[in-house]
Write a protein that binds this ligand. Structure first.
Ligand SMILES: [Zn+2]
Length: 298
């Protein structure tokens, strides 16, 4: 599932590529993803609206539109958004920017993972935003900004891991509130800290030298500080690498992120830890796999 760095990459792309665009039409062959209204009403209400800004909390995407409406998108397991250019006189076939400009840049839209298009937003400029979603678990909601903010799943979100208000003091308060919880589970709890998932919890705890099973009450102030610093460090580095594409995630040009090339423990079970040569271990933890070095992490 895309986590904070992948979603931040998409947000940055959207603000660069479609800010100021006007939506002229919408198409979907999977209206079940649209919550709270019919496809017909969704279409009617979104037409003519301008894209003002894209933002996120944790893994959740919010696209603010003119007239006080917000488009809320959760990518879930396999969803990703692609920005394309339409070919004149053809409604569904689209080409990438690189194909149109005939540049030497590779075109990624032909890759299988980018071809599960179930929703398309058409813009006045002939650009499109296309939603590829293999498993079809993604969720789309259009409503007044205030109503979106009050959706139970949005209200339930904890502080975003990259929010400037997420200070070491705030992190400590969260740890103290959940003193019996192992740190490896706490980091994934979107109701406490939003944005970190299965991939980044392993990388953060490796960076901090802490075992995922450790209970928060047993962590010293120095250890807590290391974890906090590594949350910021790992997420920032992953954003710089445009996220992790270990499976379906792609950016808005259909390209892979590159963080999987520099990962230390995630998906590296059976391989040597690069610090100490001990074999990296994989363990089921909170229904998902966690990866760690049994020697470097205490
Ligand atoms: Zn090690």
């Amino acid at each position: 599932m895309p986590e904070l760095p992948e979603v931040q990459t998409i947000i940055d792309d959207l603000n660069k590529k479609i800010k100021g665009e006007t939506i002229v039409d919408f198409w979907s062959d999977w209206p079940k993803a649209i919550k709270g209204k019919s496809l017909e009403n969704f279409k009617k209400e979104i037409k003519g609206r301008k894209i003002l800004n894209a933002r996120r909390i944790g893994k959740n995407i919010f696209i603010d539109l003119s007239g006080g409406k917000t488009l809320y998108v959760h990518l879930k397991m396999t969803g990703h958004l692609l920005i394309k250019f339409q070919i004149p006189n053809s409604k569904l076939k689209t080409k990438s920017e690189s194909q149109i400009s005939k540049s030497k840049e590779p075109d990624f839209f032909g890759e299988r993972v980018n071809q599960y298009i179930h929703h398309i937003w058409y813009f006045k400029s002939k650009k499109t935003m296309e939603f590829s979603d293999l498993r079809k678990f993604a969720k789309i909601v259009l409503d007044d900004e205030e109503k979106i903010n009050n959706l139970p799943e949005v209200k339930a979100l904890g502080i975003d891991a990259m929010d400037p208000k997420f200070t070491f003091k705030v992190f400590n308060e969260i740890l103290d509130k959940k003193s019996k919880t192992p740190i490896g589970l706490l980091l994934m709890d979107q109701g406490l800290i939003a944005g970190v998932g299965n991939i980044y919890r392993s990388e953060i705890l490796y960076g901090a030298g802490i075992l995922p099973q450790r209970k928060n009450s047993d962590l010293s102030p120095e250890e807590r500080k290391k974890i906090y610093q590594n949350i910021l460090k790992v997420l920032k580095k992953a954003i710089k690498y445009r996220g992790t594409s270990d499976s379906d995630y792609r950016d808005t040009s259909g390209a892979k992120g590159k963080f999987q090339e520099v990962m230390k423990v995630y998906n590296r079970e059976g391989k040597k830890c690069e610090k100490c040569d001990t074999i990296v271990v994989r363990k089921k933890f909170g229904q998902r796999s966690v990866f760690f070095c049994p020697d470097c992490q205490k």
